[in-house]
Design a binder for this molecule. Structure first.
Ligand code: PLP
Length: 307
């Protein structure tokens, strides 16, 4: 039986923190996980990253995954499709806010957000609007640990020491109940960034509809969302929602976007996407949904795939 806790000098795994001893978990059941000594932990964070929200050991999910693996182990995301992927895409579009028309599958949240950035840029380029690349987002946000998604946060602590690799996007201060009850200050900050960078260079505004870890459970007031929609109409950038943590039913409805007075152009989601419905391995967790962005695009290409 392996030790229940493993220190970094006793493992070949390169852990995130070298001075921490990591529990060796060997099984899970519902909301509980168990280490190799039999000690049980309440999995209060759904796997630590809010991904295992359907619980551990769900028989119907295991059966669906096993049946699919028995039929087909891998489907190339760009050259092939399969009935399960088609069905899952159709179901997601059905559940998504009105206007969403297509789904692009990815493998996780950061990749979904990167895909959303690529889709927004592709949309503008296809329309001949090639100067649009810059993204504006709230400064406190967290959108993932990859280089592109680290550019969507304004938190130096998350970006260090990778600064030289990170795209120079722009950020506005969060509108909070305490400092900006009406959302007016955030809109004024957005206007000054738009003026500074030139709205013709802005590809997208990127945000969580309800903030998760960065500013727990906060959503700006309606006035902010309405003001954001007005600026989209005026300046032509797209609005992308990161619903990695709020999508797929976690805010009490299928997408948090449903309850806001603004329909985004792209929704990125992950973590709880319904892999149980016989999804092939290439169609696992992350998805990006696309709506208005399609309308001006003849053959928008993302990662070499027509969407
Ligand atoms: C709001 C938000 N976006 C994106 C991510 C990144 O998702 P992933 O860890 O699946 O790459 C996270 C991760 O917790 C998140 O909370």
């Amino acid at each position: 039986m392996p030790d229940a806790l493993v220190a970094s000098d006793a493992t070949r795994v390169f852990p995130l923190e070298l001075d921490r001893r990591y529990p060796v978990v060997v099984r899970g059941d519902g909301a509980w996980v168990e280490d190799s000594s039999g000690k049980r932990y309440l999995d209060a964070m759904s796997g630590g990253s809010m991904a295992a929200t359907l619980g551990h050991g769900r028989r119907e999910i295991i059966a669906a995954a096993a049946a699919q693996a028995g039929r087909l182990s891998y489907v190339h995301n760009e050259r092939l499709t399969n009935p399960q992927r088609e069905q899952l895409a159709a179901e997601l579009v059905e559940l998504a806010p009105p206007g969403m028309t297509r789904v692009r599958f990815t493998t996780g949240g950061a990749e979904s957000n990167e895909m959303a950035i690529q889709m927004a840029r592709s949309y503008h380029v296809e329309r001949g609007d090639t100067s649009r690349w810059q993204v504006i987002s709230p400064a406190q946000a967290y959108h993932g640990p990859t280089m592109a998604t680290l550019g969507l946060t304004g938190r130096p602590g998350l970006q260090s020491p990778f600064g030289p690799y990170i795209p120079r996007h722009r950020h506005i201060p969060p509108s909070t109940w305490r400092f900006d009850l009406t959302g007016q200050a955030a809109l004024a900050a957005l206007d000054s960034v738009l003026e500074e960078v030139g709205p013709e260079n802005v590809s997208a505004y990127f945000c969580e509809p309800i903030t998760a870890a960065a500013l727990p459970a906060y959503s700006p007031p309606d006035r902010f969302w309405k003001g954001l929609a007005e600026r989209r109409d005026r300046h032509g950038f797209l609005i992308c929602y990161d619903e990695v943590v709020t999508g797929i039913g976690r805010a009490g409805h299928w997408f948090a976007a449903e309850k806001l007075p603004l329909v985004p152009d792209i929704i990125a989601t992950a973590k709880r996407s319904p892999t149980a419905r016989g999804g092939s391995r290439s169609a696992t967790r992350g998805t990006a949904l696309r709506s208005r962005a399609r309308s001006g695009s003849k053959s928008s290409r993302c990662c070499g795939t027509k969407v």
